[in-house]
Design a protein around this ligand. Structure first.
Ligand code: BES
Ligand code: ZN
Length: 638
């Protein structure tokens, strides 16, 4: 009896030991075994990094940077803590882009450093330049002294005139997808998770914030700011901003950071944030990042939002005054589960980040603002997806998209977002909400703090949802959804009664039965306005445009999304009254989603192209490097 008991105990201990060993490497790419061999396929290999994490792996990044506004550079050092995966590995390979590397040193004890040989390879247009550093056998730390280039793709330097306050300069980073390497030399792959710490020095009157916890207690403007991110995150989530930034609490663990002029407006707009955190926790398990704050950036921020952990970066174009555009906050918050906790291992697997997050965003929107609002947003999403797919190559309509040899920013289409979200919605509708919610909660638990591939997800899906329910599983068409272009026939269709009513109103007007001013639009939300404008025929007469504008004041509307839709219509139909507003819009906003379609519409005609060139000459210096590259492309094609 005793013997059996101790045998059982021994077996349990062995089991626990094996599990502990597995867990200790759980922050690596799932499926990537030490030594670099992948389990099944090579899908975990990152085509967008020169680094060698399967030989030597960076575990921690310690930054020590000066923010130099006069030279528009970050200057200082990054000290990397490395772990040798292959005992005989003798060099650390890092990603860089346009960095000036001054010196490299290594250390065995973290205290004394000795100079190390390094070579900066030739720069690739997309990937940047590999940096190889010689590693002595016992080295555990690598210190790199460097400075960034004023045109670093991941850093935008703003003149005072480009800020709300007009008095102080501002700087911010945007690291996703592969721009972290333009301001930190590191293994810039989402499969290489790191903890980080930082000391940032700014001009005395400015404040620095990062996607991390403040590590000093001094709340005054000290000129030196310390940060600590104790949870292992992919490098694309390392973020920094500095400027005239103040904060205001929203709830117990939520708040906003903005320039002083925007603080109260932002706090009102985002007053539901704490509720959103609670709603997401109820669905998908605890919020694991302690605080959730939102940084509202100046209007040249090139994207809508960025899910930097603990501190979402957001465009001011969602400050509509009526909370109608805050699904973007639900989206970035949801990334705290899908993306930041469970991360795409490579940019091929981007849909695991964005499709899941778009699905979660809709669930949170439904929980806070109701099903009708959620269905309207889902319907607008499907409309936009279908429209975008008209111009996409088939290969880019695939969820498991191949981006080898291309800039991963090219994968930033609505396919991973909306097609991905529809796939999850199909699973929900097929297996039932209760079972699917359980499944997702288990998924976040199972893969927390890991970077996973599409294969890993599919294996988990089969094991936990499909295989136990073979009859339901048959209806899904899994292979078609993940590996084939287009929208499968079983795609869910969002249903909005409100939109049906909007369409009826639009028809009344188009058929001349009711003048615009008499339409029942008083209670319309932003989403209904967007649907109305999108529903109108492409060609409208000068009188129709004038009538709409007079009835609804569309040319001077402040809501950036509605204005965008109206300006598209105005360009398409050469409605000259709206052109001053168009110029003002394009020279004051840098969010790509809002500006690119307007330039694309403009360059369709010679007169429009001329106008586009004139406006762009004025607007370009104010755009983010990424947005400049994108709009340059549109202008070149024309
Ligand atoms: N992570 C993305 C932004 C991103 C994607 C930056 C790819 C760089 C490369 C973020 O979560 C996002 O999806 N933002 C959207 C808003 C959202 C509501 C769809 C955006 O910026 O438009
Ligand atoms: Zn997202």
């Amino acid at each position: 009896m005793k013997v059996t008991l101790s045998l059982i105990c021994f077996a349990i201990l062995v089991g626990l030991f094996v599990m502990a060993c597995r867990n200790s490497s759980s922050d690596d790419v799932k499926g990537l075994r030490p030594g670099g061999a992948t389990t099944k396929t090579d899908n975990a290999r990152d085509a967008h990094s020169y680094s060698n994490p399967e030989q030597v792996r960076v575990r921690h990044v310690d930054l020590d940077l000066d923010v130099l506004f006069d030279r528009k550079i970050l200057k200082g050092a990054s000290t990397l803590t490395v772990e040798r995966i292959k005992p005989d590995a003798d060099s650390l390979k890092l990603d860089t882009r346009d960095l000036k590397v001054v010196k490299a040193e290594t250390s065995n004890d973290g205290k004394s450093f000795a100079p190390a040989q390094f070579t900066l390879g030739a720069a690739d247009k997309i990937l940047g330049a590999p940096l190889a550093i010689q590693l002595p056998p016992q080295a555990t730390k690598v210190r790199i002294e460097y400075e960034t280039n004023p045109n670093a793709s991941g850093v935008q330097w703003l003149e005072p005139a480009q800020t709300a306050g007009k008095k102080h300069p501002y700087v911010f980073t945007q690291s996703q997808a592969i721009h972290a390497r333009s301001w930190i030399p590191l293994q810039d792959s989402p499969g290489v998770r790191v903890t980080y710490s930082a000391r940032i020095r700014t001009p005395k009157e400015l404040r620095a914030v990062m996607s991390a916890a403040r590590a000093d207690t001094d709340k005054t403007l000290s000129g030196t700011y310390k940060f600590e991110m104790p949870q292992a995150i992919p490098p694309y989530l390392i973020a920094l901003a500095a400027g005239d930034i103040v904060s205001k609490p929203l709830g117990a663990r939520t708040g906003v950071y903005t320039e002083p002029a925007m603080r109260d407006r932002a706090a009102r707009e985002f007053e539901d944030t704490e509720k959103m955190v609670m709603a997401t926790e109820k669905l998908y398990g605890p919020y694991r990042w302690d605080r959730y704050d939102i940084l509202v950036l100046p209007p040249s921020f090139p994207i809508g939002g960025m899910e930097n952990p603990r501190l979402t970066f957001a465009t001011p174009t969602i400050l509509a005054g009526d909370k109608s555009l805050v699904s973007l906050i639900a989206h970035e918050l949801a990334h705290s589960w899908s993306g930041n906790l469970v991360t795409n291992a490579t940019w091929r697997d981007f849909w695991l980040n964005e499709g899941f997050t778009t699905y979660l965003e809709r669930r949170v929107t439904e929980a806070i603002y109701g099903r009708e609002r959620e269905e309207m947003e889902a319907a607008l999403g499907v409309q936009s997806l279908k429209k975008e797919m008209e111009d996409l190559q088939e290969a880019d309509e695939i969820l498991h998209v191949d981006l080898t040899g291309r800039d991963p920013d090219e994968g930033f289409t609505l396919v991973p977002y909306e097609k991905g979200a529809l796939f999850l919605r199909l699973l929900e509708e097929t297996f039932g909400r209760e079972r699917f919610d359980q499944f997702l909660k288990g998924y976040f638990e199972q893969f927390a703090f890991q970077s996973i591939t599409t294969d890993d997800f599919i294996a988990h899906l089969k094991k936990n949802l499909l295989d136990p329910n073979p009859q339901l599983a048959e209806k899904i068409q899994l292979e078609e959804w993940i590996y084939k272009p287009g929208l499968p026939a079983n795609a869910p269709k969002p249903q909005s009664d409100a939109f049906a009513k909007v369409e009826a109103q639009a028809k009344e007007w188009l058929e001349g039965k009711t003048p615009a001013a008499k339409l029942r639009t008083k209670q319309w939300s932003t989403q209904e306005w967007l649907h109305f404008l999108r529903f109108l025929p492409q060609q409208l007469t000068a009188n129709q445009l004038k009538e709409l504008d007079q009835a609804f004041g569309l040319t001077k509307i402040g809501n950036a999304e509605i204005a965008h839709q109206w300006l598209l219509i105005s360009i398409r139909n050469n409605y000259e009254t709206a052109y001053p507003r168009l110029e003002e819009y394009l020279t004051s906003i840098g969010r790509q989603k809002l500006i690119k379609p307007l330039y694309e519409e403009l360059v369709k005609t010679p007169a429009g192209e001329e106008r586009a060139l004139k406006i762009y000459a004025k607007a370009r210096p104010g755009y983010h490097p990424i947005a400049q590259t994108a709009v340059d492309k549109i202008m070149k094609k024309a």
